[in-house]
Design a protein around this ligand. Structure first.
Ligand code: FES
Length: 647
């Protein structure tokens, strides 16, 4: 008869094992990551699995509770002391007795998020760069004068197959005390970023220490977002965000570079400000979750190139001018101590690689999360900020560029523009017959022509137009004929509706009368056209490099991408034609990529090799770019067809 077949879910990995094989070892041999801190002593409870019972016809498996060994004394003891949920088993204490289907409980938050977002619905398995290993060290013996640390290392080699880890000097003075405090039991935090790389002991605790956390952080020019994640369960235990305090040195990236150039201490001040803000967020997530900063052992960061350099303490001046040289483009491995962050003194830090001078580690993070390089289809990934980062490709080839869209979509350069905030108009519709508008504001769920809106408006105030409304109002003005394909407001319509009114030599469209008065001017239209043409031309250039006339799917990353309606983005010609069902907002994909790199070190290798293979296109160097830009000024485009808009 054949050996029992064991199927691990949700990875779907399966294999045959002789009766009596330890379940944890079976999982490990298939590459299924089941956590263990105590080394199979049935004390840490990290190796829990769920047994699924029933007939799984597809795999020819009948899984039942008598196909697993009965609970051992150790497991009973764990249940008495700590409690095991119904149906749960400690895989380190169970052996295989017959065919089994075993569920490895998955990370509750991040996994749900990553599975949804990652291409092909892949399950992200945990395999972090830092893990905890408990060992029981032999007491000293005068006949064998081996040092305490050396006996500890011998146990790490024997029980955890960790040969000769590096030990920082910082830990040596603590070893003897810790071993005696823990009655010769000690937990070591081991960092090993790469198979075959030399492991290092980051920290030691007396006895069993059962908590290890990491942070995943996206340093945006406007907002910093940080998640605290359990490295043992993969669960996101707390999240926090804050404005990037560097805003006080300059609103946008280039003004921050100028600040560094003009002020002798400018770089230092901005580095200190961003690190302080990250520390503030660490303090907040720790307070909220009750996690001690000492238990933070790893940190992963993504950022655009200028934020990346300032965070690392590198002068970003070179990034402000051609040829936009990065001081470092590869992944950066460092420590939180060197970055001045509050965490365990041994904690590591990792920054994803930058793609190019304008396409940063944030684009690398978004690429890792969305995975154009894992697709058969041609995927367009766009993160729209003052600089749009554009990635286009499939498994065979990925190209990337950035395009200077400017701050129009963030509300700057638009007469009534503002950042998204309560009171800002976010949605706009214009009746093509009457040319009368209706709109919605952030903080209210009513349209402006619905009962109750006036009360909401009085409470919130109607303050201006946020980015999504800027796109919608221009698209609606075009659809209702107020604006021509060339982007000119048709003054002859003033006779039909007084909202269209002369404004010097040009015309404007009045969206909201009152204080403030909100109108769309010809200058506003020009600013939107310039911004959207820059983005579209960048995308079009990459499409030409790929030799395609259309893309199969579009992913809009970033806060702005989550707010805009794909239909209006297409009406405006911000993005190329595509089936609307294939256009999706993916939120903070860069942050998701940071979490993936935190929870699975293989993702670090994946993005490092992918970034090396991405072809970087510098739009400024392409003589053709100017023509693409001019063609893209028209709504939606001078020549490109948009067949999906007609549907
Ligand atoms: Fe620690 Fe099973 S490995 S309880």
């Amino acid at each position: 008869p054949k050996d029992p077949l064991v199927l691990f879910m949700p990875s779907g990995k399966r294999g045959r094992f002789p009766v009596g094989t330890n379940l944890l070892e079976a999982a490990r041999s298939l590459g299924v990551h089941v956590e263990s801190v105590c080394g199979g002593r049935a004390t840490c409870g990290r190796c829990q699995v769920d047994l699924q019972q029933g007939h799984f016809a597809k795999f020819g498996i009948l899984s039942s509770c008598d196909h697993i060994s009965a609970r051992s004394d150790r497991e009973e003891r764990y249940d008495r002391l700590r409690g095991l949920p119904e149906g749960r088993r400690l895989s380190c204490s169970a052996t295989i007795q017959g065919d089994l289907v075993v569920d490895v409980p998955q990370d509750t938050v991040i996994n749900a998020q990553v599975v949804r977002k990652a291409a092909g619905d892949r399950v992200i398995e945990r395999s972090p760069a830092v893990r905890l290993c408990y060992v029981e060290v032999e007491p000293p013996d005068m006949a064998r004068p081996l040092g305490d640390l050396d006996r500890l290392k011998a146990m790490l080699a024997r029980d955890w197959h960790i040969p000769d880890p590096a030990v920082p000097l910082r830990l040596l003075p603590q070893v003897q005390k810790l071993l005696r405090q823990g009655a010769w039991g000690v937990t070591a935090a081991i960092h090993q970023d790469e198979d075959g790389g030399r492991p290092e002991i980051l920290a030691l605790w007396p006895g069993l220490h059962n908590a290890a956390y990491g942070i995943a952080c996206d340093i945006g020019s406007t907002t910093i977002a940080l998640h605290l994640v359990s490295l043992l369960s993969g669960r996101v235990v707390a999240s926090a965000g804050a404005p990037n305090p560097q805003i006080r040195f300059g609103e946008d990236l280039m003004s921050r570079v100028s600040y560094v150039m003009m002020n002798p201490d400018g770089r230092e001040a901005m580095t200190a400000a961003v690190r302080e803000a990250v520390n503030g967020l660490i303090g907040r997530v720790c307070a909220e979750s009750g996690v001690a900063p000492q238990d933070i052992l790893d940190a992963v960061f993504v950022a655009n190139p200028i934020m990346h350099h300032l965070f690392l303490g590198i002068d970003p001046t070179e990034l402000g001018q051609a040829p936009f040289a990065l001081a470092v483009s590869g992944a950066v491995h460092t420590t939180t101590a060197e970055l001045g962050l509050a965490a365990n003194p041994g904690a590591r830090a990792y920054l994803l690689p930058c793609v190019a001078g304008h396409v940063g580690a944030d684009a690398a993070g978004a690429t890792l999360a969305e995975g154009p390089h894992r697709q058969d289809r041609m995927m367009l990934l766009v993160d729209i900020g003052t600089n749009a980062e554009i990635v286009l490709g499939h498994a065979g080839r990925v190209v990337a560029a950035s395009s200077p869209t400017g701050p129009a979509f963030e509300g700057a350069e638009i007469s009534s523009g503002q950042r998204a905030a309560p009171g800002a108009i976010e949605r706009v519709r214009i009746d093509p017959e009457t040319l009368e508008p209706r709109f919605r504001i952030i903080g209210s769920d009513r349209w402006s022509d619905e009962p109750g809106f006036a009360a909401d408006a009085a409470r919130l105030g109607i303050t201006g137009l946020c980015g999504s409304a800027i796109i919608e109002v221009v698209a609606e003005m075009y659809l209702s004929g107020i604006v021509s394909a060339e982007g000119v407001i048709d003054g002859s319509l003033a006779a039909r509706n007084p909202r269209i009114a002369a404004n010097g030599r040009t015309f404007s469209y009045l969206l909201h009368e009152g204080s403030p008065r909100i109108a769309i001017t010809q200058n506003d239209l020009r600013a939107v056209q310039l911004a959207k043409a820059a983005l579209y031309a960048g995308i079009r250039l990459l499409m030409e490099k790929q030799g395609v006339a259309a893309v199969d799917c579009i992913r809009l990353a970033g806060a702005f991408g989550s707010l805009i309606d794909p239909k209006y983005a297409m009406v405006l010609g911000l993005i190329p034609d595509c089936a609307l069902s294939e256009v999706r907002a993916v939120g903070n994909a860069a942050g998701t990529g940071a979490m993936m790199a935190l929870l699975n070190r293989d993702h670090r290798r994946e993005i490092e090799t992918t970034v090396q293979r991405i072809e970087k296109i510098e739009t400024a160097l392409e003589p053709h770019f100017q023509q693409l830009f001019v063609d893209a000024m028209a709504l939606p485009h001078r020549t490109d067809p948009f067949p999906h808009l007609a549907e």
